[in-house]
Design a protein around this ligand. Structure first.
Ligand SMILES: Nc1ncnc2c1ncn2[C@@H]1O[C@H](COP(=O)(O)OP(=O)(O)OP(=O)(O)O)[C@@H](O)[C@H]1O
Length: 252
């Protein structure tokens, strides 16, 4: 089964002052994607300049932003057919999100940040949570910093904790929005390796937004979005594909 399936996606945002002085009331189209399917255990990099809709696409996939048109299925579930509360529960269970600015809870230790994600979703049995949380933090190289709070960690270390937290509930899909944007070159390379290795070890699919050329060059599959809202043209490192039409399958 596909992890992600998108048909006829359009996202428009309202324009400040819309409907007055000749400004269109229908809003600005910031994203159009006619078709996308992404299989299990796949990595897809969403590339494109600032404002091309990368974050918008990830937020739609997380069920955080509702599309203006189109259908978004995760694991066969029509995401926006779910009422908000059930969509939140579905996200907590099936999607891990690594944000550009980490969004860790400042008052909690690294370990407690991961444990909290498990408590919210409630799908990992209580007796397994401690071992799983410390195991994930060990996997991302943070076993020596379990009790540190975010402010006591380097930026790269915080991002590693965010990766562990994103994987806490064994999600089938991990979204990462510019996960290396705030890191220097060396830390960026290390975090990227940790993210890719941890996602692969968990057997999840990774969809990562970036404009970092090094990540794009090393990607298995690339979806290129045009700025600001042109029709998406998708390319793989080895060639190009028709605009807006793409099925992305596991790498062999
Ligand atoms: N809540 C909103 N209301 C109105 N317009 C918005 C809103 N959120 C985003 N936009 C617009 O949608 C477009 C796409 O934004 P988005 O953040 O998805 O781009 P991006 O490719 O992730 O950019 P960056 O690389 O700079 O993070 C931008 O032109 C932005 O101004």
């Amino acid at each position: 089964m596909d992890i992600v399936r998108i048909q006829g996606l359009v996202k428009r945002y309202p324009v400040p002052g819309a409907g007055r002085n000749g400004v269109s009331a229908s809003g600005i189209t910031v994203l159009e994607l006619s078709h996308l399917s992404v299989g299990p255990r796949t990595e897809l990099v969403v590339a494109g300049p600032s404002g091309s809709g990368k974050t918008t696409l990830l937020n739609i996939l997380a069920g955080l932003v509702r599309p203006s048109e189109g259908r978004v299925e995760l694991l066969g579930q029509d995401l926006f057919a779910l009422p908000e509360g059930r969509r939140d529960a579905f996200r907590a269970r099936h999607v891990g999100y690594v944000f550009q600015t980490f969004n860790l809870i400042g008052s909690l230790s690294a370990l407690d940040n991961v444990l909290l994600a498990m408590a919210v979703a409630g799908c990992v049995p209580k007796r397994e949570r401690g071992r799983r949380a410390s195991g994930l933090l060990e996997q991302v190289g943070m076993h020596h910093r379990l009790r540190h709070r975010p402010a006591q960690l380097s930026v790269g270390e915080q991002q590693r904790v965010a990766v562990a937290r994103a994987l806490a509930n064994r999600p089938e899909l991990v979204l990462a929005d510019e996960p290396t944007a705030n890191l220097d070159r060396r830390s960026a390379g290390a975090v990227l390796r940790v993210l890719r290795d941890a996602v692969a070890a968990e057997g999840a699919t990774l969809i990562m937004a970036t404009h970092d050329p090094r990540i794009i060059e090393s990607a298995q599959e690339v979806l290129s979005l045009d700025a600001p809202a042109g029709a998406p043209v998708q390319t793989a490192p080895s060639g190009t594909s028709p605009a807006g039409e793409r099925a992305v399958s596991p790498a062999s």
